[in-house]
Write a protein that binds this ligand. Sequence first.
Ligand SMILES: CC(=O)SCCNC(=O)CCNC(=O)[C@H](O)C(C)(C)COP(=O)(O)OP(=O)(O)OC[C@H]1O[C@@H](n2cnc3c(N)ncnc32)[C@H](O)[C@@H]1OP(=O)(O)O
Ligand SMILES: O=CC(=O)O
Ligand SMILES: [Mg+2]
Length: 528
Amino acid sequence: MSTTLAGIRVKGHISAEFGKILSPDALAFLAELHRLFEPRRRELMAARLARQVLLDQGVKPDFLPTTAHIRHGEWKISTLPEDLQDRRVEITGPVERKMMINALNSGAKSFMADFEDSNTPTWENQIEGQINVYDAYRRTISYTSPEGKEYALNKEIATLLTRPRGWHLMEKHVEVDGEIMSGSLFDFGLVVFHNLQYRLSLGSSCYFYLPKMESHLEARLWNDVFTWAEAELKAPHGCIKGTVLIETILAAFEMDEILYELREHSAGLNAGRWDYIFSCIKKFRSNDDFCLADRGKITMTVPFMRAYSLLLLKTCHQRGAPAMGGMSAYIPVKTDPEANERAMAQVRADKERDAGDGYDGGWVAHPGLVPIAKAAWDSVLGLYPNQIHKQRLDVQVMASDLLDFQPEAPITEVGVRGNISVGVQYLASWLAGMGCVPIHNLMEDAATAEISRSQIWQWIRSHKGVLDDGRKVTRELFEQLLAEEVAKIEQQGRYSATLKEAARMFEQITTSDDFVEFLTLPGYHRLA
Ligand SMILES: CC(=O)SCCNC(=O)CCNC(=O)[C@H](O)C(C)(C)COP(=O)(O)OP(=O)(O)OC[C@H]1O[C@@H](n2cnc3c(N)ncnc32)[C@H](O)[C@@H]1OP(=O)(O)O
Ligand SMILES: O=CC(=O)O
Ligand SMILES: [Mg+2]
């Protein structure tokens, strides 16, 4: 069943259960959000394209002269609510029912339920995710697995945050006045409409992660959306909080400004490393001098990543805001104890570096990693819930440090093959409705897969895209390795239903002269 109501048309099916989320009042709220904010969202998306034209012409990003007064001014974000003071371990995962229960029970202080990087935005995933969030907030969420295992919440659970889709994504199943609705406004709108008053009655609120922004004007739009929603739902101004992912190179130049725009609604910043690397490749793809080595070589300690990470930390603490670390892609390896030990050592080193630098907490991909991250922060926090008091005035980061893109080598055949294998397998999984998967013992999601496919696109086109054995990365070489890698995946019998479609899509976006802005955009057209 679908429905049309006062200008809003829902094209996705509405079962009795879905109908509770897509109630007439909720739809009216969504329609209002769309009418008020969609024109600005579109302007901001057009501004992204205009900025890309300048980048393509070689205009380098820099800190904005027009907002120097914000960077040099004395101000802080509003006081954080009690349940966001201590976020030493934050687990993340898709809005799938069993995983949400496991994450809430994991021993992490907070849990980000993800409608974005780790989630395929099928209609079912989005609405079932909303049902799961609704039930999790009310502690009524439970689940019985096909094997009969029962899942329910512990007494002590993590504080729930949700991540709506980024500003570039749409919800094609909902139209308002004949226009497709923004995925961000749809996800956010349903969460606050159903849960804000309820959370306030318990002394808490609705908390969000805000992804993939490219400027403080995009943060201003979120701030205005929060302010409007609070007024409309008769909630106190400032009760909704958002943590912004700094995961684009352009946002790295506007961290202060982003915190400032959201200062009454801010819960800090997070170093979203995977999309950040992707964004660097995407934004400088046409720059002759830009080239990055194999994906595995782009770690948090290479110059441009280190500069970004320290600038985020310094900026947050100066403004009284939490600085949240991002995610290591290493996950437990069940089948190989030695590989498992190596993976755990990687996660430990990652968390110890962030905790030692002064970060207030960090993300983990899996419940098995919670004790490792917890130990790293327990050892630096003492009796404090966070380290916001720790000022990093010693950190001096210039524009040139953020743009110091090293290392450029090596680029290897193994690296090209790895990118192809990951990209194709991830797309096959995504098209089958699973937005996060282990591949070659690493967590792969939309952000990590974006790096894989954009690296090959760029290596083919850059004069620096040369393998360590002297061969140029060319379209022909890519086609040959693609065929070989797809044959390997086929032999393993994985993703049989979607593999061909994924391989076709991977080939198209890699060989297309126009750079595809996000692989989830053509992907979304292909989703049923
Ligand atoms: C770039 C970014 O945006 S990072 C943020 C987005 N990415 C994420 O959030 C990563 C989330 N992580 C995951 O989805 C998973 O950990 C994966 C896909 C990487 C690995 O999943 P699996 O192979 O199923 O892991 P595994 O088999 O070891 O899981 C063991 C148990 O832990 C659970 N589990 C694993 N990861 C999570 C998680 N993140 N949250 C909750 N539960 C989890 C599994 O559901 C399973 O539960 P069960 O024993 O009750 O059946
Ligand atoms: O969302 C997080 C990232 O690393 O990307
Ligand atoms: Mg991301």
